[in-house]
Design a protein around this ligand. Structure first.
Ligand code: ZN
Length: 343
């Protein structure tokens, strides 16, 4: 990226209300069959337009074609039975009824590659594409086949690598893996989580990112955050090994968060997507509030490696709120660009 402080979002954006129930996770589609396919494409185009209109530099599909950032990818794989459900605790936080792994997992055909090609032909801006990370995938399933979290994660990493290579060939510039589970299972992260992530990016020539956050602004997450105390030091566990990893960019939650900013020093040398927009509130940040978070991050991240972004996806927010937050992100980044260029 030649642009100074290129802006992006963590991934998801709200869907139009004719496509899915607004402000809801796992929202059911309102269209079917051919109408659904056409509707998703139209929504993707609108989402891109919103990003371009707000001046976002690295654009995405806004995750308009998926119901959920983890489930939709898994639905396309063999070996997982969505009818056979078990209740498990997701990220040690809340009970959910999840599908069961009943046999060898495999990807028979590409999941998002057509969508990526469609986005590519709509814009010349750099494109970032989000995929779920291996550890976060295994954490939303009941495994009755491999009976090993590590083994299942490794199988998913190989599948993700196939998908990522095809996304790269479709013209995606940055492939991002969402790993909120990295903030919970510290021993596993260091034992095999980062290794599995590196397996997922093996052989890629495009840039790669990992997004680690404290989740969407839903109740289970905001309740969990209340138990974490005055300083959130979860990132400290994974950062040393991530700093040594082959991943190019690390995407983090920073704004309105209790993460001590000096933890960013542990990943010095990596590009950092700094969350400067809080997704857990409908209050729209001012440009100055965004700028303030970026200024704090600049104490620990070199200016040419700072990528202003959002704390997490904005799918559960109202559309006009998300649009306001995109504008605030652009305006806040512009304040800091001017400050840096004036030096
Ligand atoms: Zn997130």
């Amino acid at each position: 990226m030649k642009t100074l402080l290129p802006t992006s979002t963590a991934g998801s954006l709200p869907k139009p209300l004719w496509l899915a129930q607004p402000e809801t996770l796992w929202s059911p589609w309102k269209l079917q069959n051919e109408e659904l396919i056409a509707g998703k494409q139209d929504a993707l185009r609108l989402s891109l337009d919103d990003q371009l209109h707000a001046g976002i530099d690295i654009v995405s599909d806004g995750e308009q074609t998926r119901q959920h950032f983890v489930t939709t990818f898994i639905e396309h794989l063999n070996g997982v039975d969505f009818e056979k459900r078990e209740v498990v605790k997701i990220r040690n936080r809340y009970d959910a009824s999840v599908p069961t792994v009943v046999g060898a997992v495999e990807r028979q055909k590409p999941v998002f590659v057509d969508d990526a090609r469609y986005l590519r032909q709509l814009t010349k801006q750099p494109i970032k594409w989000a995929l779920p990370g291996p550890m976060t995938m295994i954490d939303t399933l009941y495994d009755a086949h491999y009976k090993s979290r590590e083994k299942l994660a490794w199988e998913f990493a190989k599948i993700l690598n196939q998908e990522a290579k095809e996304l790269e060939a479709a013209g995606v510039d940055i492939i991002q893996f969402d790993e909120p589970a990295f903030n919970v299972f510290f021993d596993e992260v260091n034992d095999w989580g980062i290794a599995a992530l590196e397996r997922a990016v093996e052989g890629l020539k495009c840039e790669t990112a990992v997004h680690i956050c404290y989740g969407y602004g839903i109740k289970a997450n905001t309740d969990w955050k209340k138990t974490l105390g005055s300083e959130w030091r979860q990132y400290e566990e994974a950062f040393p090994k991530l700093q040594q990893s082959t991943i190019d960019i690390i995407s983090l939650e920073c704004h309105n968060s209790r993460v001590p900013m000096d933890l960013l020093a542990l990943i010095r040398g990596k590009k950092v997507m700094v969350g400067a927009i809080d997704v857990a509130t409908s209050a729209i940040e001012t440009a100055e509030e965004v700028a303030d978070t970026l200024r704090k991050a600049l104490q620990f991240v070199d200016a040419d490696k700072l990528y202003p972004s959002t704390n997490c996806g904005m799918a559960p927010l109202a559309r006009q709120v998300a649009a306001g937050k995109l504008n605030a992100l652009s305006a806040g980044a512009e304040i800091i660009r001017r400050e840096l260029l004036a030096k």
